[in-house]
Design a protein around this ligand. Structure first.
Ligand code: SF4
Length: 755
């Protein structure tokens, strides 16, 4: 029996009516993505058509998934909403904080010790608010979602970029920031620009060394790391039908590497097989009943160029295995060209480590294919020349593959089985290397290979390939080895070749697990205490931001006039600061430290108008806060671009900045600021940016008549006693003005709960 089956049945019950209504308003046959999106409008039955790539639309996702690093602030914020339970089914997965060093058992024990307070917090808050909790070692978020929660035709968001993995089961699954997750859990609609659509027609059938991974490695080579931006990639064709559900998930997972909003396959028999083998026959039956809605209309498949914004065709029968990299996942090399590329580019030929698994490639099929290669090293008397690690994606897969002898095969060739967690994929890898500055090569079946991603070492050349190819390369110990053409010399001095890998799509004896690592929430969580130590430096309960005082804002100091690019990374840097993402006070010490001060062209050096001295941005702002004085941040074009990071909006709010005034905003950041109760304003005349001086005191006028489409007035009180006024624009609608007045969107929800 599946989790939350009633919710899934409700989605299917209303699906047909909504899709038919969408066909009427759009006035043409629909693609699968359009059907799912129109069936999940927060307003209900579709009343109008939305322009792809232009219109912003409010959706109602079916569920939320969060990994342990991003869940912390999302849930701390959610507590502010005052709800007894989350509004939609939600889960937390402890996978990102486990460091790989010696092997699963010891590494897991170390993680439990090191991250105890974070895990205790996540377990208790999940228990209280009706959230499913997957303990450390239970598995990687996307694999666990695929095995338990994904369903055809659903819409979900997850606080991790590889959430699209669930597209392998026909779900629109989109990676978002913690603020979006918090909103949906709190019952707010979720906004997304109606995506454009890229159709990928797959013909033919995979064979030999080619695998599903090679489809996405090839697509990444065609579309590059930016080619999917703002788009859903929809796969179809007889080649798509021939791929296993987990193979489809691999392709959707790595669609994040081309910047795609998400990727998806239509519901088919392979998905039904996977649902049944993971004990969700009930979902397969329910999906079968609405099967015609869980695929694009026939007209779309007959004439895809009319319905998609771009169409690509790939013949799986001709597809060569690929290796992508180094340093970027879109540098795609067909296997036959790779050895030459290694030599011509001077990449280290010796392969130090081969790593298989991760959320991208740790299905039963993946591991059986890799094990069929590993087994040949044993039977053909070959030595494994590289280090070799295996990361199962979940306890279900780990237990089943151990039972079926696959893990033993890996260990026999020297493989080390790591915890069911992200580990080396996210840089949680205490790598044993003789010289960290040595140029070296590794190859993984993961998805990302940017510099330092896996081990933090700039000289590591990281390549990406299928698990079976990684295994073959690790046996050979050389990047120039091509298992399709090259021989290896075994321990007896004989020349042998590796046979093509053989995979088993689903375990013949079924999946099995003793303890999947799931903790169900309390039926009634009202008595559950959320565990946060008051002395913790990693976690801090939030206090509600103060409501608007009901007057114009007078006497604001200019904290910084940022010059040029100011991304969310300049506003709230990542790197070492990430460990404080659950502690707003501590992480606020990175506020705007990357922004360039217009007045002195320096970063993290601004004038404290109370003392006349220069200091670091967070320290100066804390001085204003201590003195009870508000401040304003001035910025340039596209302020707040980059990844959606709620901390970039929360930190200034927390430290007492009242308004952000810029030439233009990146839309997501502008919305995040509004949600936190900040004023997000733009110059009506961008030239007014030049008039703001370092020691100005600023008034914001017109707030008592703050209305949609109206303007506000800025008065600059210069230090020489002169004043100057100009108009500024805003994009607040009625609800967003209510957020501002209440002090934040969550404050408003809380007020409404208490009515
Ligand atoms: S295994 Fe890698 S890609 Fe997957 S969720 Fe973890 S860090 Fe992200």
């Amino acid at each position: 029996m599946a989790f939350d089956f009633d919710m899934i049945q409700r989605v299917y019950d209303g699906f047909g009516e909504r899709v038919e209504a969408a066909r009427q308003v759009v006035g043409r046959p629909l693609t699968l993505s359009e059907k799912i999106l129109y069936a999940h409008l927060s307003a209900g039955i579709p009343q109008k058509a939305y322009n792809r790539g232009k219109d912003y639309v409010d959706f109602a996702p079916d569920r939320v998934a969060m990994q342990d690093a991003t869940a912390q602030m999302a849930l701390l914020q959610f507590m502010q909403a005052g709800r007894p339970q989350v509004a939609v089914p939600s889960t937390v997965h402890c996978d990102h904080l486990i460091q790989a060093e010696v092997g699963a058992a010891k590494d897991l024990e170390n993680a439990n010790n090191k991250n105890r307070e974070v895990y205790d917090f996540l377990a208790s808050i999940s228990n209280k608010y009706g959230i499913g909790f997957w303990k450390p070692g239970a598995g990687i978020i996307h694999q666990v979602v695929l095995e338990n929660y994904a369903f055809p035709g659903g819409l979900m968001i997850g606080t991790d970029s590889h959430t699209p993995n669930a597209g392998g089961l026909g779900m629109i699954a989109i990676g978002v920031g913690g603020a979006d997750a918090c909103d949906v859990m709190a019952g707010l609609p979720w906004e997304l620009k109606m995506p454009k659509l890229i159709g990928v027609k797959l013909t033919g059938k995979l064979s030999g060394w080619a695998s599903a991974k090679d489809v996405i490695l090839r697509v990444a080579g065609i579309l590059t790391v930016k080619g999917g931006t703002g788009c859903i990639v929809e796969y179809f064709g007889e080649g798509a039908d021939s791929l296993s559900a987990t193979g489809k998930a691999t392709i959707c997972n790595m669609g994040a590497e081309i910047g795609a909003t998400t990727s998806i396959f239509a519901y088919d028999d392979k998905m039904a097989d996977y649902l049944r083998s993971t004990e969700r026959a009930d979902i397969a039956e329910a999906a079968n009943a609405v099967r015609q809605y869980l695929r694009s209309d026939d007209e779309v498949y007959a004439d895809p160029t009319t319905y998609y914004d771009q169409v690509i065709e790939i013949n799986l029968s001709d597809l060569e295995p690929h290796i992508n990299g180094p340093y970027t996942p879109d540098l795609a090399w067909p296997l036959s060209k790779f050895a030459q590329a290694v030599k011509e580019n001077g990449w280290p030929e010796k392969l130090d480590v081969g790593l298989i698994g991760s959320c991208t490639n740790s299905s039963y099929e993946d591991l059986t294919r890799a094990a069929s290669v590993a087994q040949q090293a044993i039977t053909k008397n070959l030595k494994t020349h590289s280090e070799y690690t295996v990361t199962p994606g979940s306890e279900l897969v780990r237990y089943t593959t151990e039972r079926d002898g696959l893990l033993d095969t890996f260990e026999q060739i020297g493989g080390v089985v790591l915890a069911n967690a992200c580990g080396p994929c996210i840089g949680q890898w205490a790598r044993h290397i003789d010289d960290p500055n040595r140029k070296n090569s590794i190859i993984t079946s993961f998805n990302r290979n940017f510099a330092k991603r896996n081990d933090g070492l700039a000289n590591t050349h990281s390549f990406v390939a299928s698990p079976e190819l990684v295994t073959a390369m690790a046996i050979a110990g050389s990047l120039t080895f091509n298992p399709m053409t090259d021989k290896l010399t075994n321990e007896a001095g004989e020349e042998v070749m590796l046979d093509e890998p053989q995979g088993i799509e689903l375990p013949v004896s079924g999946f099995a697990v003793e303890d999947a690592g799931y903790q169900a929430p309390a039926e009634d969580g009202s008595g559950v205490q959320v565990v946060v130590s008051p002395t913790s430096d990693r976690l801090q309960l939030l206090e509600s931001f103060k409501a608007w005082e009901g007057t114009d804002l007078n006497g604001l100091k200019v904290l910084i006039k940022a010059k040029g690019k100011c991304t969310t990374d300049h506003i709230s840097m990542a790197g070492p600061w990430l460990k404080y993402r659950g502690h707003l006070d501590n992480i606020s010490n990175n506020m705007l430290i990357g922004a360039v001060n217009y007045f002195n062209e320096k970063t993290n050096t601004v004038k404290n108008q109370l003392t006349g001295e220069y200091g670091e941005v967070p320290a100066v702002q804390r001085a204003y806060k201590a003195a009870g004085i508000g401040s304003i941040v001035v910025g340039d074009e596209n302020y707040g671009e980059g990844s959606s990071r709620e901390h970039a909006a929360m930190e200034p709010r927390f430290l007492g900045v009242r308004a952000i005034l810029v030439k233009s905003f990146a839309r997501i950041h502008e919305t995040n600021l509004k949600k936190q109760g900040m004023l997000a304003l733009t110059f009506a005349d961008p030239d007014d940016y030049e008039d703001i001086r370092e020691d100005d005191t600023i008034d914001i006028l017109g707030l008592t008549n703050f209305t949609p489409n109206g303007q506000l007035t800025i008065r600059l009180n210069h230090a020489d006693g002169t004043t100057q006024e100009f108009q500024v624009n805003h994009t607040y609608n009625e609800t967003q003005i209510e957020w501002f007045k209440a002090g934040s969107a969550l404050n408003l929800i809380k007020q409404k709960q208490n009515v």
